[in-house]
Ligand binder design. Structure first.
Ligand code: ADP
Ligand code: ASP
Ligand code: MG
Length: 412
């Protein structure tokens, strides 16, 4: 008997009716003769609601208590889905993350799964039960509840699938697959039949919220076939696999974008060699993620350093650097908020030089100023003003032929 892991996201379990619909999708899989493990998110916008509740109490909630609070959302859904399955005559049991044996590192709000103890899950599967597991949560070795970062239920599902040696992991959501760009904003986005792990990892890391980046990382590491599918329509989704078919010889497979980016510049760094490492070590110690880095020599032994961070880390980044100004040895800091990053991704870039040049040409033609750039083998990212983000994504989508064939267009 094969094990199939299914994951249903927040909008797919947003009401009692939707939970009953999910129960039907689960039963269909069970009736095909498979063992089924289902991972669910909190209902609809529950997690956002919980964040808001906390913000009404304090602007600095402790990360431990936030995890305690946010992990409650998923617990509501698992019990309701298990009840819906039982109501339809199926033996089902719900487990929280820790009951399901999910162990994480001791980091609140963005923990990584380190281990899954599958004894209990295997026992329940052997008893013929459908298992419903709360996504997005785990427990540290010392018994503290943790969460896996927003969107982390995808990672719960893929990690469970890997440790149970599942045949497949299906991610059911409110779109029917991975599109060439976010179909909510790019009307000509079209569904991809398949996309490679590496491309999907870049897209997810660069803002394509359809999959949690760590879920893709797990799937790649364990060579687990992953499919993104619609929880409503019964149509084929997008397969994420090692080698994706090169649809229409596309060089660029997708355009991703994210806003709320800030560029910080540290001026007059005295000792470029040690200063550089000290600055980034100091930021890393405070869990501040730095993305694009640009270094420039102004005069002898004096360096300016620009880097991008997420806007929500700005306050902390400034205070951490100012607190250590003497030791770090710089003159002053400036920052520019209201920026966005627009990226093009595709394995085809490896064998096609000139893609970055074409990207900058297209942006220039549309009067979009590029403020920072970063590249890898299969992506080029440009930081632009936030108000230019959608326009940049649209013109790049068109320029790289992504809206040429309008198949299975998304309608919300
Ligand atoms: P869930 O609650 O099921 O986890 P998410 O909201 O996390 O759903 O992910 C689905 C959303 O991801 C879609 O509604 C879509 O707007 C967004 N999205 C962003 N980029 C893409 C993309 N390239 N392809 C498909 N959807 C995308
Ligand atoms: N409920 C969590 C969130 O909204 C986790 C998830 O949905 O994947 O981020
Ligand atoms: Mg999600």
């Amino acid at each position: 008997m094969s094990i199939i892991v299914q994951k249903f996201g927040g909008t797919s379990v947003g009401s009692e009716e939707k939970i009953i619909n999910v129960a039907n999708r689960v039963i269909e899989e069970k009736q095909r003769g498979n063992d089924v493990v289902v991972v669910v998110s909190a209902m609809g916008k529950t997690t956002d609601g919980l964040v808001k509740l906390a913000s009404n109490i304090t602007s600095h909630p402790s990360k431990r208590e936030m995890d305690m609070l946010l992990s409650t959302g998923e617990q509501v859904t698992i019990s309701l889905l298990a009840m819906a399955l039982q109501q339809k005559g199926y033996d089902a049991v719900s487990y929280t993350g820790w009951q399901a044996g999910i162990v994480t590192e001791a980091v609140h709000s963005n923990a990584r799964i380190t281990e899954i103890n599958t004894v209990k899950l295997k026992k329940s599967l052997n008893e013929g039960k459908i298992i419903v597991v709360a996504g997005f949560q785990g427990m540290t070795a010392s018994g503290e509840i943790t969460t896996l970062g927003r969107g982390g239920s995808d990672t719960t599902a893929v990690a469970l699938a890997a440790s149970l040696h599942a045949e497949r992991c299906d991610i059911y959501t409110d779109v029917d697959g991975v599109y060439t760009s976010d179909p909510r904003y790019i009307e000509n986005a079209r569904k991809l039949t398949s996309v490679s792990y590496d491309e999907m990892l870049e897209l997810a890391n660069l803002g394509a919220g359809v999959l949690h980046p760590r879920a893709v990382e797990f799937a790649k590491n364990y060579q687990l076939p992953l499919e993104v599918r619609s929880s409503i329509e019964k149509v084929e989704g997008t397969l994420i696999e090692e080698e994706a078919t090169m649809e229409q010889n596309l060089i660029v497979r997708g355009v991703a974008f994210e806003n709320e980016i800030t560029r910080m510049t540290v001026f007059g760094l005295k000792n470029a060699i040690t200063g550089l490492s000290s600055i980034f070590t100091t930021l890393a110690k405070h869990h501040i993620n730095v993305d694009i880095i640009i270094q420039s020599q102004t005069e002898k032994n004096c360096t300016n350093l620009s880097f991008s961070i997420h806007e929500h880390d700005l306050g902390q980044a400034i205070s951490v650097l100012e607190d250590n100004k003497q030791t770090l040895g710089f003159t002053h800091i400036e920052h520019e908020s209201g920026l966005a990053k627009v990226s093009i991704v595709g394995s085809g870039m490896i064998s096609n030089p000139g893609v970055a040049a074409e990207m900058f040409e297209v942006l220039a033609e549309h009067d979009i100023i590029v403020k920072m750039v970063s590249t890898s083998e299969i992506k080029v990212s440009a930081v632009v003003d936030e108000q230019n983000m959608n326009k940049a994504a649209k013109v790049l989508h068109t320029a790289f032929d992504l809206d040429r064939v309008k198949v299975e267009q998304y309608s919300s």
